[in-house]
Ligand binder design. Structure first.
Ligand SMILES: C[S@@+](CC[C@H](N)C(=O)[O-])C[C@H]1O[C@@H](n2cnc3c(N)ncnc32)[C@H](O)[C@@H]1O
Length: 169
């Protein structure tokens, strides 16, 4: 659908714009650490949209938490190498909407995601600049490949965002 291309393009943009993006990465890392400090327990942290890991304070989190689960549709080699340095860091390539297989075929069935919702040892869930990005590629795909109107695409996009908010209640 274009996720791999976008991932490679973003990695190139991050290198090109590293000076301009540095403050953003620092602020993301600080926000995660602030949330982590406020956790009463430090068993598992689950980070959605970890991508390049540039905005993840990985060494500190791996030290603070028993387990760090990093989730993204795609991890490029550089992210895999960073994560491999830690025994308690797990990379999971997974579609958190659990809806992309259907959307790819033009079926706008937005599922209620189930993975991890039954885990009772997760103390912190982070959406790392992900939730607002979730609809972009799927909606563009439905409009281009399956002739959806902008309005129909908008409905699917809003549903994709809405179902994910249940992780953050
Ligand atoms: C704005 S990027 C942030 C990435 C990362 N935090 C970084 O700065 O490199 C959004 C990330 O969400 C991932 N993503 C988009 N849709 C997803 C989905 N349905 N399931 C899991 N990850 C998804 C993309 O692959 C991308 O890495």
């Amino acid at each position: 659908m274009g996720f791999l291309k976008e991932s490679i393009a973003m990695s190139a943009r991050a290198k090109r714009c590293h000076k301009q993006w540095a403050a953003h990465y620092t602020q993301c890392q600080q926000a995660i650490l602030k949330a982590a400090i406020n956790c009463p327990e430090h068993r598992t942290i689950l980070i959605f949209g970890a991508g390049s890991l540039n905005d993840v304070p990985l060494a500190i989190l791996a030290n603070q938490f028993k387990k760090v689960i990093l989730v993204d549709l795609i991890f490029l080699k550089s992210a895999k190498q960073k994560a491999a340095k830690f025994d308690n860091v797990e990379l999971v390539e997974h579609d958190i909407t659990e809806s992309l297989d259907d959307i790819k075929q033009g079926k706008p069935n937005v599922q209620i995601p189930s993975r991890w919702l039954d885990c009772d040892d997760i103390d912190l869930v982070v959406s790392l600049n992900l939730i607002t990005q979730l609809p972009l590629i799927p909606v563009r795909w439905l409009i281009k490949k399956h002739k959806f109107s902008e309005e129909q695409g908008d409905v699917v996009g809003k549903q994709l965002i809405a179902v994910l908010t249940r992780f953050f209640r």
